[in-house]
Design a protein around this ligand. Structure first.
Ligand code: MLT
Length: 409
């Protein structure tokens, strides 16, 4: 009889957002008359913009003709999209080559998969709280060690991001091999400024560590001094892979498309005393395990980079940022301690009166029919906080605040 990959026995029973979905479904079943507002998982509510819909229609029509039909595409993505991504970087003064851009079916899968290029005994550092994919994908690969009684895993290095350090991770006592950084951050909604990012790039260069930089929320940056890409920091291309997504930028959570940048100058040990480019290895991995993002989706993503497409999606982003502002201000007016939501679509709220985060989740669900994400689900340092997303409709966002006003906290 085959046996499972034992690392799967180390995982928590279910993925955080699946857990929450089950709890909410059970509540809805028991209370069919209550309208539940979800500000839990960061899923978008605005439809695809006209430029994207037009590109999709045109691409679908192409696929119906023998002349323009597309079968298997390049595993790395079509050059029209890779080049559009390159131009996006150029506009911010960053030079990246088309063959350093890999189009994928979402930042979640790219980030989850990328770790498999690295050795099983590599030491991984993560910020805490953290997007669970970074942790779980390393647990699956056997890199995290045994679960600890108080939460977490023995071989992972945790870098707390809490109000006491302004949500900026301190350097670990001993340099890890890999560090995951997400800015604007999921879940705290805070950002790393140029100085903080520069310090991390210098640290990585000095200690030969690899930064896996998640820039999925860069479109939400409003402050002009905050870098949109780690490559805006000198020397970062030698130490960092960057992941970008169309999900939150352009409402592609159901369409799926991402771009992962793997510069040629980024080299790691080959296990035989030499050094090797991660670019070639990622290419090798993708060619074996992936047949490329669908042609019609890549045409839709290309439209996001057009002048008209960009202005349409950025209007939507601005709308979500309005929600973030309303949530921030509404919750602060209730006397709650609120972080994030300025350069990011997430609001990180401290639980009042020492309540724990699942306690506040239950309280909001049962008393206000409002879904949040408990901070503890993102790691030990997330305890004492909940996360709200700005991706709801403006109406639901306003109603959520009204419901909170009527609640004793
Ligand atoms: C979240 O709510 O953290 C995100 O929607 C999850 C994701 O992007 O996969």
């Amino acid at each position: 009889m085959p046996e499972i990959n034992q690392n799967y026995n180390l995982l928590q029973k279910s993925y955080l957002f699946t857990d929450i979905a089950h709890k909410v479904a059970a509540y809805k079943k028991a209370n069919p008359d209550h309208r539940v507002i979800s500000l839990g998982i960061g899923d978008v509510t605005k439809p695809l913009v006209p430029a994207v819909i037009e590109a999709l229609h045109a691409a679908v029509d192409e696929m119906g003709t023998a002349e323009h039909f597309h079968g298997y595409g390049p595993e790395q993505g079509y050059s029209f999209l890779r080049e559009a991504v390159v131009r996006e970087y150029m506009a911010r003064g960053v030079s990246i080559a088309p063959d350093e851009v890999f189009i994928g079916d979402g930042a979640k899968s790219d980030i989850g998969n990328f770790q498999e290029l690295l050795s099983a005994d590599a030491v991984v550092a993560i910020t805490d709280p953290v997007y669970p994919v970074y942790v779980d994908s390393n647990v699956m690969a056997g890199r995290a060690g045994a679960p600890l009684a108080g939460g977490g895993f023995e071989r992972l290095v945790y870098l707390p991001c809490v109000r006491e350090n302004n949500f900026v991770p301190d350097f670990p006592a001993k340099a890890p091999d890999i560090v995951y950084i997400c800015s604007p951050n999921n879940p705290t909604g805070t950002v790393l400024d140029r100085d903080a990012l520069t310090a991390w790039v210098r640290y990585a260069r000095k200690h030969n560590c690899l930064i896996l930089f998640d820039a999925a929320y860069e479109a939400f940056i409003t402050d002009k001094d905050i870098p949109h890409s780690i490559y805006e920091i000198e020397g970062a291309q030698d130490v960092a892979v960057e992941f970008r997504s169309y999900s939150k930028l352009a409402g592609f959570t159901g369409l799926r498309c991402s771009a992962t940048m793997v510069p040629h100058s980024l080299k790691v040990g080959d296990g035989r005393g030499g050094r090797v480019e991660l670019n070639g290895l990622w290419n090798r991995r993708q060619c074996t395990k992936y047949n490329g993002c669908p042609y019609i989706v890549q045409r839709a993503a290309q439209a996001v980079h057009s002048k008209v497409g960009k202005s349409q999606v950025m209007k939507q982003v601005a709308g979500y940022l309005e929600n973030a502002k309303a949530l921030r201000e509404g919750m602060a007016a209730l006397g709650l301690e609120v972080y994030g939501g300025v350069n990011a679509p997430y609001i990180w709220v401290r639980t009042p009166n020492g309540m724990d985060s699942w306690g506040l989740f239950d309280h909001l669900l049962t008393k206000a029919q409002l879904v949040c994400t408990p901070g503890a689900g993102f790691g030990k340092s997330g305890e004492g906080y909940v996360r709200l997303t700005a991706f709801g409709t403006p109406e639901d966002t306003a109603e959520a605040i009204e419901r909170l006003k009527g609640l004793s906290l």
